[in-house]
Design a protein around this ligand. Structure first.
Ligand code: HEM
Length: 410
């Protein structure tokens, strides 16, 4: 069966979303241009078939909230038309067990319902003293190290990794190794072969962790899942969950801490507010989420029937991608959307996604940021960049945006 062609004017040559390069804090210029022009465009993708790219806040929000018409865990066989993309991105991510982002209802609901109690604001608050302690230990280490220091390697990367250790119940004796491995996994200078080996080691470690927790379930997330849902969860699912939490929760939060510090250094008046007035901190975290949008776009979705978006017909079987940085700076969302303003009173950003796949770790990420930003600024009131402003190394061309390093002095 041949799929009807989409309107030719929307077939303008556009790079794949991964090649849409961001250069500063905002969206890639191509994505912002699509938002202003048609809202939606046809783009090539790294997995073979082309896709639609959504860029407007209202469209992205509607699509993410509409699980009737758009699904995640798709494959060619899922669609009655048999007209899905030729290659399945699941091949890129391997086994789907435990990977919420690759599941649709009812499997998604079943697993998410088991995890939700572990991520409520109340439950996450139990981690607050440990997060504060981890942050303080890293500030002490920075002080001992003295300036200049790389804030990415010495603060932004290790803190979220240790918080995930805390969540998953990685025993203290294993933490140094765990944290070094996860930081190396995110290091873009590590060669691909070593990366494959690191992923293998990481998965082997998660398997060991689950095996140990089956023998003696602790008070942590894996232990609690085993105690409360023992027979309902396979080992593969538990390993998948542990791995997803690491993959989804480490780089995202690390990049927010690194990029967020740079954003504050470039806006000294707002930095002062965050440092000196604790009441501004929650608003600052939301504005950093909106303004930085470190996740460029979440999992690819697929339309399950024909849907109109901005006058274009997204056909049943079409792949749909979305650009969060463009959506989060949509003039329809915020007044003067390019302005970084931590005192905004409403902020309906999509930085944590929306709908059934809305970030389950959002309460944890928010807590980490609310502790880590003001603590850093208060410990080092004279914090400044240790390199000229235009020499800061942005890590471009990645699904998650951030900095390679952030040399600072104080
Ligand atoms: C989902 C962003 C931190 C775990 C998502 C999604 C986004 C996101 C945009 C939705 C993706 C989509 O719909 O395709 C972020 C950002 C973070 C962060 C910007 C840091 C500031 C965390 C943390 C954890 C976590 C700390 C856990 C430890 C997850 C999981 C999902 C998810 C498990 C999938 C939920 C589902 O499919 O039901 N995140 N995240 N995230 N996030 Fe986060």
């Amino acid at each position: 069966m041949t799929r009807p062609r989409s309107a030719p004017e929307r077939e303008t040559p556009t790079p794949t979303p991964l090649d849409m390069r961001r250069t500063g804090f905002g969206p890639a210029p191509e994505a912002a241009a699509v938002r202003a022009r048609d809202g939606i465009v046809r783009v090539p993708t790294p997995f073979g078939p082309s896709a639609w790219l959504l860029t407007r806040h209202a469209d992205v929000r509607r699509m993410l909230g509409d699980t009737e018409n758009f699904i995640n865990g798709w494959g060619p066989e899922d669609l009655a038309t048999g007209d899905g993309p030729e290659r399945d991105p699941r091949q890129l991510s391997g086994d789907r067990s435990g990977n919420l982002l690759a599941l649709d209802p009812p499997d998604h609901n079943r697993l998410r319902r088991m995890l939700t109690p572990e991520f409520t604001v109340r439950r996450i608050r139990r981690l607050e003293p440990r997060i504060t302690q981890i942050v303080d230990e890293h500030l002490d280490a920075l002080e001992r190290h003295g300036p200049p220091a790389d804030l990415v390697a010495q603060y932004a990367l290790p803190i979220p990794s240790l918080v995930i250790c805390e969540l998953l119940g990685v025993p203290p004796a294993d933490r140094d190794e765990f944290q070094q491995r996860t930081s190396r996994q995110l290091d873009t200078t590590v060669p691909e072969d070593d990366q494959v080996e690191l992923s293998r080691q990481s998965l082997a470690y998660m398997t060991e962790l689950v095996d140990r927790a089956r023998q003696d379930p602790g008070d942590d997330l894996i232990g609690t899942l085993i105690r409360e849902h023992d027979e309902k969860l396979t080992n593969a699912e538990l390993v998948g969950v542990a791995n997803l939490l690491l993959v989804a929760g480490h780089e995202t939060t690390s990049n927010m801490l690194g990029l967020g510090t740079l954003a504050l250094l470039r806006h000294p008046d707002q930095l002062e507010l965050v440092r000196d007035d604790p009441e501004t901190v929650p608003g600052a975290v939301e504005e950093l989420m909106r303004w930085l949008s470190v996740v460029n776009g979440g999992s690819p979705r697929m339309a399950t029937r024909d849907v109109e978006v901005d006058g274009a017909t997204v056909r049943c079987g079409d792949l749909v991608l979305f650009n969060l940085p463009a959506a989060n700076r949509d003039p329809a969302l915020a007044d003067d959307p390019e302005r970084f303003d931590i005192t905004r009173t409403t902020n309906q950003h999509l930085g944590f996604g929306h709908g059934i796949h809305h970030c389950i770790g959002a309460p944890l990420a928010r807590m980490e940021m609310k502790i880590a930003f003001p603590a850093l600024l208060r410990r080092f009131p004279g914090l400044r960049l240790a390199v000229p402003d235009d020499e800061v190394d942005f890590a471009t061309n990645q699904a998650i945006y951030g900095l390679k390093r952030l040399p600072v002095a104080w």
